[in-house]
Structures are given as structure tokens and as C-alpha cells.
Design a protein around this ligand. Structure first.
Ligand SMILES: NC(=O)C1=CN([C@@H]2O[C@H](COP(=O)(O)OP(=O)(O)OC[C@H]3O[C@@H](n4cnc5c(N)ncnc54)[C@H](OP(=O)(O)O)[C@@H]3O)[C@@H](O)[C@H]2O)C=CC1
Ligand SMILES: O=C(CO)COP(=O)(O)O
Length: 330
């Protein structure tokens, strides 16, 4: 099988490495020629997956024609806000009816599109067959072959079967769910909650607060999802609850780390200036807040994360407001 992985960050590199180790012929597209050469020459991606020796068979390239020629499946691991531009730039190199597995988690700012919509628009005319890969999966742990369970959101049974078998290994267990909207929103909205949990922990609010945020965050994502046609039970699975638990508690989460820094007194600008990796939750907070306002859905945690990130609201004041909303049933 020829697999093209687009995006040479932590996740794209870990997935490409895993597939190469499985014996697939994998080419990793990295936009920067120097970075691609360094990965191929050193057998490491020192910037995004430091300390991990890559499978020697993995090829990193910056020429999209070389990477996409004759591919059986394209894995997308580009930050969400760059996905549209990237697909439009590269669409001329895609084969017809490409199989696409998107591994990115977020909602597009301004348009509120999930990744499926971005892919369908960006590759319109090519009839892509689409699946979204989501669930609790830190790149470094997948690269280290630590046991991990993920979910593929896909409505096309043949594509789902193909992708499930492609990604399954002895260490990676892959489930399938045909609720693509739910799987996509779970992966996107958990990033907002990871920031919220980081803020609360950064301030020192304690473990009760964190558990409350995870649980009410689950309720918030389910409410938004239901309004967009997702099944509420999807959020009880790997892409909702599973990824909430991981990234609201695990300090490897970049989104949680953004929250920890801000809860500890840093500004958003200072925090992002010190980060090498993308924290999708920052822009997804803006997108989801606007989407909630447009749909008339209450998203109280998202609203307070937005206020802390973008209006300089004091985190303690944000929690005070969450605690003092009108009383209601669970
Ligand atoms: N890391 C993880 O554990 C997981 C991440 N994800 C998701 O995967 C997606 C990618 O994240 P991750 O790999 O961690 O991000 P990183 O920050 O580690 O890397 C981002 C990568 O994207 C590249 N990139 C940025 N903009 C563009 C563009 N316009 N065109 C092409 N390449 C671009 C960067 O290249 P350059 O260096 O040139 O800027 C870099 O290689 C995100 O949506 C994330 O939520 C999902 C599950 C796990
Ligand atoms: O989505 C992830 C793990 O499932 C990675 O989370 P962060 O982007 O917050 O690091």
C-alpha cells in the first residue's frame, strides 16, 4: 500500500512512522525542504518528535507530486486552520476518488466547518472517500507503541473497513463509528475543555473543579453536537469522554498546557510565543463560541474560556461566573 501523510508535525510523523513500521510504503510530506531533508538524513524529527528513531523505510519529502503520486490513501495531519489552504494548493496532485483519513481536530474559524466539510470543499470534483481519526492518542505514546484506542468516524462501510485495517496494529486498537459529525466535534471541543482544565489547575482550584469541568464539558459538547445532528452517545466514546479525560488531565496536552500557563498568570500572547506546536483549542474556542451564539446554544465553559483567552478576564472571575449561573437540573 502507498500511503501519503501530509503534515510533518508530531502527529503526522508518529502516524507515518507507525504505518511504515507496519510495512506500508509511506511518504511524509513536509512543506519545508530543509526539514524534509533533515528527517530523511537523520532518521529523526528532532523538532516535532524528539528522541524517537523513525522507521528507516519512512521517506520525508517536500515535493507534493512525489508524495501523492500513485497513493492509495492520504492521511491529513495539518493544523485545522491551515487545512483549506493546503488542500487548495495541493489538490492538483491528488488522484481521483482519493481515500482520505483526516487526523486533525478542530473547527474552522469564520466558516464553522468541520474537517469533513473542509475536505469535501477543498477536493470538490475529486469525490474523496472520507474518514476522521480521533480519540485519546498522544503522538509520543503512539510512536513508543504504548497501548492506545482510537475511533474512525466514517459513513462509507468499505472505506471504514479499509481504514480500520490500515491503522490497526498490536498496539493501536481502532473502532469505527458512522457518526462523523459526533466524532469530529468530540475531538474539536475537547481541546477547549483541556484549556479550561489547565486554567483551573493553573490557578490551583483543585481536583473537584477539574472533574466538574470534564463532566460539564461533556454535557456542553453533547448539546452542541445534538444541535448539529450528532448522536449524543458518540460523546460517551473515545472521541468525547476518552479524549476529554486524556487532555484535561495529561500534561502532555498542548491545550492543557496553554491553560496551565494562563492560569499561572501568563498572557495568551506570551504563552503562544513560547510554544512550538499547535494548540488547536485556541482558535476552536473562537469558532465554537461564535457557532453557539449563531445557533442559540448555551456553551458556558466555552464562553468563559473565550473571555479569559481573548478579553483578559481573570480566571477566578470566570470560575465564579460558572459557579453562579442560574440553578438547574443536571
Ligand atoms: N500531537 C498529538 O498528540 C495529536 C495531534 N492531533 C491533531 O493533529 C493535527 C496536527 O497536530 P500536530 O502534528 O500535533 O501539530 P504540530 O504543531 O506538532 O505540527 C504542525 C505541523 O503542521 C505543519 N504545518 C503548519 N501549517 C501548515 C501548512 N499551511 N501547510 C503544511 N504544513 C503546515 C507544520 O510545519 P512547519 O514546521 O513548517 O510549521 C508542522 O509540521 C492537529 O489538528 C492536532 O489537534 C491529533 C491527535 C494527537
Ligand atoms: O488530541 C490529542 C490527544 O488525543 C493531543 O492533544 P493536544 O493537542 O492538546 O496536545
Amino acid at each position: 500500500m502507498h500511503i501519503a501523510v501530509l503534515g510533518g508535525g508530531s502527529w503526522g510523523t508518529a502516524l507515518a512512522d507507525m504505518l511504515a513500521r507496519k510495512g506500508e510504503r509511506v511518504r511524509l510530506w513536509v512543506r519545508n525542504a530543509e526539514a524534509a531533508r533533515e528527517i530523511s538524513e537523520t532518521g529523526m524529527n528532532a523538532r516535532y518528535l524528539p528522541g524517537h528513531a523513525l522507521c528507516p523505510a519512512l521517506e520525508a519529502r517536500s515535493d507534493p507530486a512525489e508524495v501523492l503520486h500513485g497513493t492509495d490513501c492520504v492521511v491529513l495531519a495539518i493544523p485545522c486552520q491551515s487545512m483549506d489552504g493546503c488542500l487548495r494548493d495541493l489538490r492538483g496532485f491528488f488522484p481521483p476518488a482519493p481515500r482520505i483519513v483526516c487526523a486533525s481536530k478542530g473547527v474552522e474559524l469564520g466558516t464553522f466547518r468541520t474537517m469533513r466539510q473542509v475536505v469535501e470543499d477543498g477536493l470538490a470534483g475529486l469525490t474523496p472517500r472520507y474518514a476522521i481519526l480521533s480519540g485519546p492518542s498522544f503522538a509520543s505514546e503512539v510512536a513508543a507503541c504504548r497501548p492506545t484506542a482510537v475511533v474512525l468516524g466514517c459513513t462509507d462501510p468499505d472505506m471504514a473497513d479499509f481504514a480500520q485495517h490500515l491503522f490497526s496494529t498490536r498496539h493501536l486498537r481502532v473502532y469505527v463509528n458512522d457518526d462523523v459529525t459526533g466524532v469530529e466535534l468530540g475531538g474539536a471541543v475537547k481541546n477547549i475543555m483541556a484549556i479550561a482544565s489547565g486554567i483551573a489547575d493553573g490557578v490551583g482550584f483543585g481536583e473537584n473543579a477539574r472533574a466538574g469541568l470534564i463532566t460539564r464539558g461533556l454535557s456542553e459538547m453533547s448539546r452542541l453536537g445534538a444541535a448539529l445532528g450528532a448522536r449524543p452517545e458518540t460523546f460517551m466514546g473515545l472521541s468525547g469522554l476518552g479524549d476529554l479525560v486524556l487532555t484535561c488531565t495529561g500534561d502532555q496536552s498542548r491545550n492543557r498546557r496553554v491553560g496551565l500557563a494562563i492560569g499561572g498568570g501568563k498572557t495568551l500572547e506570551e504563552t503562544l510565543a513560547n510554544m512550538r506546536n499547535v494548540a488547536e483549542g485556541v482558535k476552536t474556542t473562537q469558532a465554537v463560541r461564535e457557532l453557539g451564539l449563531k445557533l442559540g446554544i448555551e456553551l458556558p465553559i466555552t464562553e468563559q474560556v473565550h473571555a479569559v483567552l481573548f478579553t483578559g478576564k481573570d480566571p477566578a472571575g470566570a470560575v465564579h461566573e460558572l459557579m453562579n449561573r442560574p440553578l438547574r437540573d443536571e
